[in-house]
Design a protein around this ligand. Structure first.
Ligand code: AQP
Length: 335
């Protein structure tokens, strides 16, 4: 059985990278009829400092973004991580088998902790162990994510394998979760620097397109996006040394549903002066219905809360037996 699990953190607003790298694929998987669970991972959101006055509202906003992007609460389970306690409990069990050395090699921790590693929280360091629990507590088989999460997924697979080996005599109690990294934009880069990933926490708002940006702001950000002085290429190979151009082409391809080589042919010999307005129009066309739907949903928080309560109930029903069985395998006393 194919069971899909994927999540986003309620840290700031979602951006085009989150949409193209993950969310758009979530909707496709749901519409193919897979069993899907989509979480808002608020326990991850507190690991790098957060504002308690904003957390609940950001959580609702992420849920609204899921629904506005096409996740249908009647077909998929939308839930909040902290309302399913089994995530944290399984994480603690996994923290007894995850190795410090492996966690130290995680590039996202290095990027986020920066130069002051010793001041980073234990939670930020242990993030991939909680992520392994998020996935395995549902025995999820497939995890649609952006390229940046590949290393964390690999660790989740290692934890599953170690657990199966140590406590289940090699039986596959936890399945090996497969990353699903698809689309023309699996790693959307910053609009200011084509070698850095588009990120919610990057200082400059001009580096990303937020799902809440209006048409004028989207057009402004694309017009001002860093590009290069060369004419647009007539073959895809020539994009290899041009990260900014490559990024803008990937975004165009992913939004239009065309292959990147086709987009290259369409704009061959033209300049950014022609390409950027076409890209801006496409972004507005695809994102503005999502933005409009998000604000409608946000005007009715009680409805979002109802969806999240129903999602929590379903998610708890799936997660609790897995946690209990994992504890039995580990030999815990239970009343
Ligand atoms: N730039 C990106 N390109 C493609 N996919 C991306 N994702 C994130 N950035 C890009 C995918 O979005 C999903 C949810 O990400 P998250 O909320 O867990 O946080 P993140 O990966 O840490 O994303 P950000 O934007 O970089 O957030 P901050 O700045 O708060 O850390 C994941 O599937 C991720 O792959």
């Amino acid at each position: 059985m194919k069971r899909i699990l994927s999540c986003m953190q309620p840290t700031n607003r979602l951006h085009l990278g989150n949409y193209l790298g993950a969310l758009k694929n979530w909707v496709a998987l749901q519409n193919e009829g897979a069993e899907c669970l989509y979480g808002v991972v608020d326990l991850h959101a507190i690991t790098a400092g957060h504002d308690p006055a904003e957390l609940a509202q950001s959580t609702r906003e992420i849920a609204a973004a899921y629904i506005a992007s096409g996740v249908d609460p009647k077909k998929s389970t939308i839930f909040v991580q902290s309302s399913v306690l089994a995530h944290s409990e399984l994480m603690w069990l996994f923290s007894a088998i995850a190795q410090m050395g492996k966690l130290e090699r995680m590039t996202q921790f290095k990027d986020k902790a920066g130069k002051h590693k010793e001041r980073a929280s234990v939670g930020l360091f242990a993030y991939p162990v909680l992520m392994a629990a998020d996935i395995l507590v549902y025995k999820a088989t497939h995890v649609p994510v952006g390229e940046d999460q590949k290393q964390h997924l690999e660790l989740a697979r290692e934890i599953a394998s170690t657990f199966n080996h140590k406590f289940c005599g090699g039986d596959e109690f936890f399945p090996m979760p497969e990353p699903v990294i698809t689309g023309e934009a699996t790693r959307v880069m910053s609009l200011r620097n084509g070698t850095e990933k588009m990120s919610k926490s990057a200082e400059s708002d001009m580096s990303r397109i937020n799902l809440t940006d209006d048409a004028d702001l989207i057009a402004k950000k694309i017009t001002k996006a860093t590009s290069d002085p060369h004419p647009l290429p007539d073959n895809i190979k020539d994009l290899e040394e041009r990260p900014e151009a490559d990024n803008l082409y990937s975004i165009y391809a992913a939004l239009s549903g065309k292959r990147k080589e086709h987009v290259v042919k369409e704009f061959a010999g033209k300049g950014f002066g022609e390409f950027k307005p076409a890209l801006a129009d496409l972004c507005v066309e695809k994102l503005s219905p999502i933005t409009a739907r998000m604000s409608e949903l946000m005007a009715d928080p009680a409805e979002i809360d109802k969806i999240l309560r129903a999602g929590a109930e379903k998610a708890n029903t799936l997660a609790e037996p897995v946690l209990k069985e994992a504890m039995d395998k580990m030999g815990f006393w239970r009343p």
